[in-house]
Design a protein around this ligand. Structure first.
Ligand SMILES: *[C@@H]1O[C@H](CO)[C@@H](O)[C@H](O)[C@H]1NC(C)=O
Length: 520
């Protein structure tokens, strides 16, 4: 086996131009790593020399896959906060979520990551890289590594399209149809929905660019040595990104116009399954005569932290189902568990969702879990808690394979009503199968697409010709505001002259009439 691996490695070195790739994915959330992991491993499998900055260690990485370890601290620890009950986040406004969680958390986390012993050792050593690939998230100081190594920068998102990237790369915003990443708005196409969207996009952009990014920039001289002068602004670094891979696909999120260097790779962690369903689960799932309700609120939200009343409502409703319930439950407090409920602290989600007996997935609507459900054609009953979850579930509801239940509305009655509807109404399942087929119907797999474009950027030395030429223009010029302004001024002048002329002619008319009258 190892000989085969080595053989593949050397053959690919001979056949390809193998590159030295820095893959910077320092964020400490497991769900982000699930999505980002296959890119690094696949690049290594194809023979590139890959160096990954990450908090997660691989068990059996190939020889040309090197890890630089980031200290694994939860975001709460870095802010110096106790882990809050994540369900309380449901009450934060979109703006509060940005301020308190993403920006404060992002800054604290970036500093901890840069200051990790292994990362510091790596940054002080002498390395050369042909390309830097990084996650587009709230760790922007890391993007200056592209400048450090004088290499093109590729960014990858883990939760779809980001408005701030669209603005930086000068992709058209399409505010009437594209809702900002983490904005919660009930009716996005209505006048007030679009107004809210426009306001939020501006709010986020200005605070991000003029307040948050300068603080990220302040971390750079402190932790990243040997940067060639002058060090570019982080905003400009993101405008000049060679390629942005986004974790979305139009079959689910809907169509959006993108520049050629913004490429949709949604679902890339699903192209290959590298593990099997454990035996005990295989048995439970095979034997579930009436199907299975699968409950998992993701890696950050813990069912065990539900308030007592909601916990009991879930238990009561589940215990009355004919279906088997598989539920991620993180502590040992649950006693007298009804016989049809199976609880575990951790669950192999990708493999469970792939089983044909799954009837409904009760989830929070995070994108990774959504994509796993879509891939396998499983209907979703979603309870959104934070970030993009509301928007993902809104899409699912609109397409018809999902249903949303608001956290504060959870009680026995609402749960029974929603669950019964989802289990008995076959249209959810049909829609889920349809979207699954659409999601997979592509010229090549999402992972192959991502690798193709990364290698394309390497082959073409950054492929500058893919960037929007509007980047060299001012914001006013690239949005044609000077031309529109000119047209409006000319129109106003014409209207003004016309009115003056009409008045003048009427004046002459009046004069001649009064003169006539006078003469008579
Ligand atoms: C691969 O990358 C590592 C840095 O992580 C470097 O030390 C090593 O020299 C590189 N190997 C090749 C063949 O370039």
């Amino acid at each position: 086996m190892d000989i085969l691996k080595l053989y593949v490695f050397f053959v690919s070195i001979v056949l390809n131009d193998c590159a030295n790739i820095l893959y910077s994915i320092p964020f400490t959330s497991k769900s982000h790593y699930i999505m980002l992991r296959p890119i690094g491993l696949e690049l290594a499998r194809r023979g590139h020399n890959v160096t990954v900055i990450t908090p997660f260690r691989e068990k059996d990485p190939p020889a040309n896959y090197h890890e630089v370890m980031v200290d694994l601290k939860e975001i709460w620890e870095t802010i110096g906060m106790e882990r809050p009950n994540v369900f309380t986040m449901v009450d934060l406004s979109s703006e509060e979520f940005l301020n308190k969680i993403l920006w404060d958390g992002g800054l604290a986390f970036t500093e901890v990551a840069l200051n990790s012993i292994d990362v510091q050792k790596f940054l002080k050593a002498d390395h050369k890289f042909d390309i830097v690939v990084g996650e587009q998230f709230f760790q922007e100081a890391f993007y200056s590594l592209a400048h450090k190594y004088q290499a093109p920068l590729v960014l990858v998102t883990t939760s779809g399209n980001y408005m701030r990237c669209n603005i930086a790369m000068r992709n058209p915003l399409q505010l009437s149809t594209v809702v900002a990443d983490y904005l919660i708005v009930k009716d996005p196409k209505s006048f007030w929905g679009r107004f809210r969207n426009a306001y939020y996009v501006m709010y986020e952009f200005f605070w991000w660019k003029y307040w948050y990014l300068p603080m990220q920039e302040a971390l750079i001289p402190k932790y990243i040595p040997n940067l060639p002068e002058p060090v570019p602004r982080l905003y400009d670094v993101q405008s000049n990104v060679s390629l942005l891979l986004i974790n979305s696909h139009f079959s689910f999120e809907g169509p959006v116009a993108y520049l050629p260097n913004i490429v949709e790779v949604g679902g890339l962690h699903l192209s290959k399954s590298d593990s099997e369903l454990p035996k005990d689960f295989q048995k439970i799932l095979d034997n579930a005569k009436y199907g299975v309700v699968y409950v998992n609120f993701g890696s950050n939200v813990r069912s065990s932290e539900l308030p007592l009343a909601k916990k009991q409502a879930f238990l009561k409703v589940f215990s009355e189902l004919k279906q088997t319930v598989i539920w991620k439950w993180e502590d040992d407090t649950l006693t007298n568990i009804p016989s049809n409920i199976v609880i575990r602290k951790w669950l192999p989600q990708k493999e469970i969702l792939a089983h044909p007996n799954i009837k409904v997935f009760i989830a929070h609507g995070g994108l990774i879990g959504m994509q796993e459900a879509i891939f396998n054609g499983v209907p979703i009953m979603g309870i959104p808690i934070y970030a993009d979850q509301y928007n993902n579930l809104l899409d699912a509801e609109n397409i018809g394979f999902g249903k949303m239940l608001q956290y504060h509305d959870i009680n026995e009655e609402s749960l029974i009503r929603s669950l019964n509807d989802m289990i008995s109404n076959a249209s959810y399942g049909r829609k889920a199968k349809e979207i699954s087929r659409r999601f997979k119907d592509r010229p090549m797999t999402a992972l192959d697409t991502a690798i193709f474009w990364i290698e394309y950027v390497i082959r073409n030395n950054g492929a500058d010709y893919m960037k929007n030429p509007a980047l060299s223009m001012s914001w006013i010029e690239s949005n044609m505001l000077d031309v529109y302004g000119f047209v409006i001024v000319v129109d106003l002048v014409i209207i003004y002259v016309f009115i003056k002329m009409v008045k003048f002619l009427l004046g002459i008319g009046k004069k001649s009439v009064t003169e006539k009258k006078k003469r008579n």
